[in-house]
Design a protein around this ligand. Structure first.
Ligand code: ADE
Length: 246
């Protein structure tokens, strides 16, 4: 997976991705990063990339040409037009299935805006996907792009050292994950549940499944609407007071 990021803050992108799991994935070459500074493509002698909005109003707008030139430099060697994700609070809200879909691409381009916005004409020209990371407004698109690249990277084969860990996790079957415990058996008077010490794998699996169901009902009941539930799951949820059409 190659991530190309069009940004005014390439160091923020590099530093963010160069840490921890994604940092190791960069070092091993399983993912690659091309952080492109839009300012390098400004033809202005002061390297300006923004200007006042036509029609008036507060703030500055990023100009189309530096972005177009930076984009053209990225795509000149590509065989097909890549997906270009403009990170914006006006986009569809990012989720795990979008991460899974995007992880299938070989190359992705992220466009990070700043100031009040980006000239609409360059968005119409190059953007294929408008994506938000949630209903709040940040100062720029760099953190959202990092969030998305992190979620996508961990789905790239070989990025997580335990092949299973991307499978069994929050949002598997659209349920939240069960709780985890490690040593010591007793911590400040609180014990690890006996079933986990029993060595009985059938009981452990069932207990974990029920914990997932219970946790999802308590914390994210909306997810149960689309979760993949067995008859046994539904039976268990009913003992907790869940009814299907609530
Ligand atoms: N840019 C500013 N806020 C954002 C958000 N919530 N999601 C994506 N991009 C953004």
């Amino acid at each position: 997976m190659i991530f190309h990021v069009l940004t005014l803050f390439p160091d923020m992108i590099r530093d963010g991705l160069n840490t921890s799991v994604t940092g190791r994935a960069l070092a091993s070459g399983r993912i690659r990063l091309n952080a492109v500074n839009i300012r390098d493509y400004s033809k202005d002698k002061h390297k300006h990339v923004d200007d006042y909005p036509y029609g008036g109003g507060a703030g500055m707008v990023m100009q189309p040409e530096p972005i177009a030139l930076a984009y053209e430099d990225i795509v000149k060697d590509m065989e097909k037009r890549p997906r270009v994700i403009y990170v914006t609070p006006q986009g569809s809200v990012f989720n795990q299935s979008m991460a899974e879909e995007l992880a299938k691409e070989e190359e992705l381009v992220f466009l990070c805006g700043h100031y009040e916005g980006v000239d609409e004409r360059i968005l119409e020209e190059i953007v294929t996907d408008y994506v938000s990371i949630g209903d709040y407004v940040l100062t720029g698109g760099e953190l959202p792009a990092l969030v998305m690249m992190d979620a996508i990277s961990r789905l790239v084969p070989g990025v997580l050292n335990n092949e299973d860990s991307a499978e069994f996790e929050s949002f598997h079957d659209n349920l939240l994950e069960h709780p985890h415990y490690t040593r010591p058996v007793e911590y400040r008077g609180s014990r690890v549940p006996d079933v986990l010490l029993s060595g009985h794998h059938g009981n452990i699996d069932r207990w974990r499944r029920e914990q997932s169901l219970k946790r999802t009902l308590e914390r994210r009941p909306d997810l149960l609407e689309t979760a993949e539930l067995t008859e046994k799951d539904v039976e268990y949820l009913r003992t907790l007071g869940w009814t299907k059409d609530k």
